[in-house]
Design a protein around this ligand. Structure first.
Ligand SMILES: *Cc1c(COP(=O)(O)O)cnc(C)c1O
Length: 229
């Protein structure tokens, strides 16, 4: 068995046991393989082991790999910060966007989504830790943003996403994820998606209702950012 397939088995086991501990069906938690900085060959290998959904943060890198992998039926998720000049390509080349945090970006994605493609699945990124450095809309601004995005014609608002401040303390991890879940419940829009949990905190996220866990390092190994300066 290759390392990637071994890593995938280990993650699947972590997801299943976290779901079981939370009294949830393991199939209610989906794996998003975060492949940023990793080569197309690694994506191909992970797809062969049974993964369909891949998350990318850097547009140009993602487009290059999509081209190399166009023979595979992959589902592509954009999960990085979005500048206005990137929305057209994102609207054309992705199935999901997890990192929408302002209306202007959502409006552009809706306008630029090609006719003939299904509505673009959207998660609103919320800043649940209150750190200045993090992207994400402020919780207080979320209700108005969600309402406006839900009304855009070529988008399908699915839920919320967060990247809480990293901590090893399980209780603190759960508090952050619980706050995202609570914000979603308070919206009352019937949203079905909570994109939360990464390599180090997926158990806490699943305990608090994650439906997508976004896993990079634990699957593909440590990242080398030297090409992304
Ligand atoms: C890189 C990244 C991940 C994956 O993080 P790991 O800790 O490597 O699992 C998940 N979500 C987002 C938004 C990311 O940018």
């Amino acid at each position: 068995m290759s390392t990637l397939a071994d890593n995938l088995s280990a993650i699947s086991a972590r997801i299943a046991s976290a779901a079981q501990a939370a009294g949830r069906e393991p199939t209610s938690v989906q794996l998003l393989a975060v492949s940023k900085t990793k080569p197309a060959s690694a994506i191909r290998e992970v797809h062969a082991a049974g993964v369909r959904d891949f998350g990318e943060n850097y547009l140009q890198e993602a487009l290059t790999k999509q081209q190399e992998l166009r023979d595979l039926p992959l589902i592509w998720h954009f999960i990085g910060p979005i500048q206005s000049n990137k929305t057209k390509a994102i609207a054309e080349h992705f199935d999901w966007v997890h990192s929408v945090d302002r209306l202007k970006i959502a409006q552009r994605l809706s306008e630029q989504r090609p006719a003939g493609l299904a509505p673009l699945n959207i998660c609103l990124q919320v800043n649940v830790s209150g750190e200045d450095s993090k992207s994400g809309c402020a919780p207080a601004d979320l209700p108005a943003l969600a309402k406006a995005v839900a009304a855009l014609p070529n988008l399908h608002l699915r839920g919320l996403m967060a990247i809480p401040e990293p901590t090893d303390e399980r209780a603190a991890q759960e508090r952050a994820f619980a706050s995202l879940r609570q914000l979603q419940e308070e919206l009352g829009l019937g949203l079905d998606t909570l994109s939360m949990g990464m390599s180090h905190d997926l158990e806490a996220a699943i305990a608090q209702g994650a439906t997508w866990v976004r896993i990079g390092t634990a699957l593909f190994g440590a990242r080398d950012y030297s090409n992304h300066a």
